[in-house]
Write a protein that binds this ligand. Structure first.
Ligand code: IMP
Ligand code: MG
Length: 192
C-alpha cells in the first residue's frame, strides 16, 4: 500500500489493516520521506562527533523505531541505552508531569550524550531530563528529535538535530502513539 505525502491536503485513510478501522486525517510523512531524512540526520551526527565516546540515549517508548533506523545511519563507533520518562497518559494534551521510570546504567561521565526523542511538544519532558543528565558530567549533551512542534517556549536547550517541523496536529506512527496504539505504522499520520 502506498500513501502519498501531501502536506496540507486532508484525506481520510481507513484502508490500512493496522488501524482497526480508525480513520487517519492525513499522512504527514511517508516512509520514503522519513528514510531520506533519517539518512541525512545520520550523516549530520557522524560529522558532528569526530572523536570521543558517543552514547545514543533513546527516550522510550516513542523513539524506539526512529532510534533503530538512526543508529544504522551513524558511521562511527557508538553505544546505545534507553530511559523512560512519561508525561502522557491516554490524553492527547501534555500533563506537564514527568516521571522517570528507568535510569540508564551506562556511565555517562565524559561521554558525548545524544538524547533521542520522538517529538518535542511543550518541551517539559526534555527540560526535566536534561537537568538530570547534566548532573552526570557528560562531555557534551545534545538532543536529536525526529519531530519538533516549535511551540516549546519553555525549552531550556536547543534541539541540535531535528528531523522535521511537525504540523500542529496529534501525530501517530513510526513510534508515536495514541493510548499505546499505532506505534507500528511505518509512516507518520494525524488522527481524524
Ligand atoms: P512534551 O514534554 O510536551 O514536549 O511532550 C513530549 C512527549 O509527548 C513526546 O515524547 C511524545 O511521547 C508525546 N507527544 C507530544 N506530541 C505528540 C503527538 O503529536 N503525538 C504523539 N505523542 C506526542
Ligand atoms: Mg507517547
Amino acid at each position: 500500500m502506498v500513501f502519498t505525502c501531501e502536506t496540507g491536503v486532508t484525506e481520510t485513510l481507513t484502508a490500512d489493516p493496522r488501524l482497526s478501522g480508525r480513520a487517519l486525517r492525513r499522512v504527514a510523512f511517508d516512509e520514503e520521506t522519513i528514510a531520506g531524512r533519517v539518512a541525512e540526520l545520520g550523516q549530520e551526527i557522524t560529522e558532528a562527533y569526530p572523536d570521543g565516546d558517543l552514547l545514543v540515549l533513546g527516550l522510550l517508548k516513542g523513539s524506539f523505531i526512529f532510534l533503530s533506523d538512526l543508529v544504522r545511519n551513524i558511521r562511527r563507533p557508538l553505544q546505545v541505552d534507553f530511559l523512560v520518562a512519561s508525561s502522557y497518559g491516554d490524553a492527547t494534551i501534555s500533563s506537564g508531569t514527568v516521571r522517570l521510570l528507568y535510569d540508564p546504567e551506562t556511565m555517562l561521565e565524559g561521554k558525548h550524550i545524544l538524547l533521542v526523542e520522538d517529538i518535542v511538544d511543550s518541551g517539559r519532558t526534555l527540560n526535566r531530563l536534561m537537568r538530570l543528565l547534566e548532573e552526570r558530567s557528560p562531555r557534551s549533551l545534545e538532543i536529536c528529535a525526529l519531530l519538533h512542534k516549535r511551540i516549546a517556549i519553555e525549552l531550556e536547550h536547543d534541539t541540535r538535530f531535528i528531523g522535521f517541523d511537525a504540523p500542529h496536529e496529534f501525530l501517530v506512527g513510526y513510534g508515536l502513539d495514541h493510548a499505546e496504539n499505532f506505534r507500528h505504522l511505518p509512516y507518520i499520520a494525524s488522527l481524524q
